[in-house]
Design a protein around this ligand. Structure first.
Ligand SMILES: Cc1cc2nc3c(=O)[nH]c(=O)nc-3n(C[C@H](O)[C@H](O)[C@H](O)COP(=O)(O)OP(=O)(O)OC[C@H]3O[C@@H](n4cnc5c(N)ncnc54)[C@H](O)[C@@H]3O)c2cc1C
Length: 395
């Protein structure tokens, strides 16, 4: 099939990172196409559920600097979209302060907050129970409350980005799957199940499926996929409310023993709140393996923790679903972000993003990817995040 149209930039994947890239690209005058294999706003991949945790704190200082850099970009997006997207209900991290997790480590993160002069309150177990309604916490649990953290309106963000991309003249093709990429010296030929396009540059923002397109080019990113449970529970008491909370515990033999929950959703309050386990067990071999049904044992483990420690919630789930977590093999790095130069032939025309807890960085990631595509460099420090294969990660 001959090439049907040519673009300055083609974005593969219409999730939040793809749409953010598209919105930024059209704002900079780039003729842009987004190709999404499902409908836009689908919840089959890494972006299901209504909310995400917004936090400043990171154990790694460079990632912390990136959340600080993301904050004004969120404010700009809110102003362009004329809607509030981040709600500062606060972020509470507590538990075993020295346990190392994919989320980070409490003690080390507090040290970085001190260094960067970011405000927080240090709390002991009894104070956490008194303020937030937890009970029977182990006496050695401690942690912090960071008041600027909170929750991000996921669907509001997607609607805002889609609207900005569309208003800027971006071509947005839903139900069109990219099946092959052919990078060359003058750009990339993109073959889909409906046509063939030329992009001077191509951004791969297709989440957990990125290796399906890189594999045939001879590269594979060091990522792992997990289908994680999302659980809605009923508040027993209408006045009960929480900041976003995350409990850090020593792993069990069975799982990573980590749980989190949101407070009342400020933009659509209801009697339900959402919680989840963060269990990195049983990785999937590919995104196609997602079932949409959570592991009953994971839901039971969450209910049992809530039954012991959160009396304000009824531990019987009202609703359950899943979300595809795409995590880096090396938790220190969080993301694969940068050009594919050196990974695949003519990789300089291919920009990549995949993995990590990326929602809080959505406007920043869009900006970085367009910086790299248009200018070949970015002002943000992403030096530690350049795409790595499993072999490179081992070195
Ligand atoms: C349980 C859970 C909790 C999380 N909590 C947080 C949090 O609190 N804070 C935070 O910052 N982040 C969090 N995250 C991470 C965050 O949700 C993701 O980083 C983000 O939503 C991923 O967006 P994306 O655009 O990269 O990927 P996706 O939303 O997966 O989008 C990729 C898109 O690419 C499309 N696609 C795939 N292959 C092709 C193809 N061949 N052709 C065309 N289209 C294709 C897919 O259909 C999909 O729509 C969480 C993730 C999970 C799973």
């Amino acid at each position: 099939m001959g090439i049907t149209s040519s673009f300055d930039l083609i974005v593969v994947g219409g999730g939040p990172i793809g749409l953010s890239t598209a919105a930024e690209a059209v704002a900079r005058g780039q003729r842009t196409l987004v190709l999404e294999r499902h409908g836009f706003f689908n919840e089959n991949n890494g972006t299901s559920g209504a909310e995400r945790h917004w936090r400043l704190q990171y154990t790694q200082e460079d990632l912390f600097q990136l959340t600080l850099a993301a904050r004004p970009l969120w404010q700009r997006l809110e102003s362009l979209a004329e809607r509030r997207l981040i709600h500062s209900i606060g972020s509470l991290w507590f538990g075993d302060v020295d346990v190392d997790t994919n989320e980070g480590k409490i003690s080390e993160t507090a040290r970085v907050m001190d260094k960067l002069d970011v405000r927080y309150e240090w709390l002991r177990a009894k104070e956490i129970e008194r303020r937030y309604g937890f009970e029977a916490l182990p006496g050695h649990f401690e942690g912090f409350f960071q008041p600027d953290g909170g929750t991000i309106d996921v669907r509001g963000t997607l609607a805002a980005l889609y609207g900005l991309a569309q208003a800027g003249g971006c071509a947005l093709h839903g139900d069109e799957r990219v099946i092959e990429l052919l990078p060359g010296s003058s750009g990339v030929t993109v073959r889909t199940d409906r046509g063939t396009y030329h992009g001077d540059k191509v951004v791969l923002a297709n989440g957990g499926s990125i290796n399906e397109l890189l594999g045939p080019l001879g590269a594979r990113l060091d990522i792992k996929l997990y289908e994680m449970a999302l659980v809605s529970l009923r508040r027993r008491d209408e006045t009960a409310d929480f900041p976003f909370w995350f409990v850090f515990q020593q792993p069990t033999e069975e799982d990573t023993n980590l749980f989190y929950g949101f407070g009342r959703n400020p933009w659509s309050p209801s009697e339900l709140v959402r919680l989840g386990p963060v269990f990195e067990v049983h990785p999937l071999s590919g995104a196609a393996q997602v079932t949409g049904r959570p592991d009953p044992r994971h839901v039971e483990r969450l209910g049992s923790w809530v039954g012991r420690h959160l009396p304000a919630l009824d531990p019987e789930p009202v609703h359950t679903s899943t979300c595809l977590a795409v995590l880096p093999g090396d938790p220190e790095r969080q993301f694969h972000l940068g050009s594919a130069a050196g990974l695949v032939p003519h990789g300089e025309n291919l920009l990549l993003y995949s993995s990590g807890w990326g929602f809080k960085f959505v406007p920043l990631l869009g900006r970085v990817l367009v910086d790299l595509a248009v200018d070949g460099h970015t002002e943000y420090d992403i030096s530690r995040l350049s795409p790595a294969t499993p072999q490179e990660a081992d070195q």
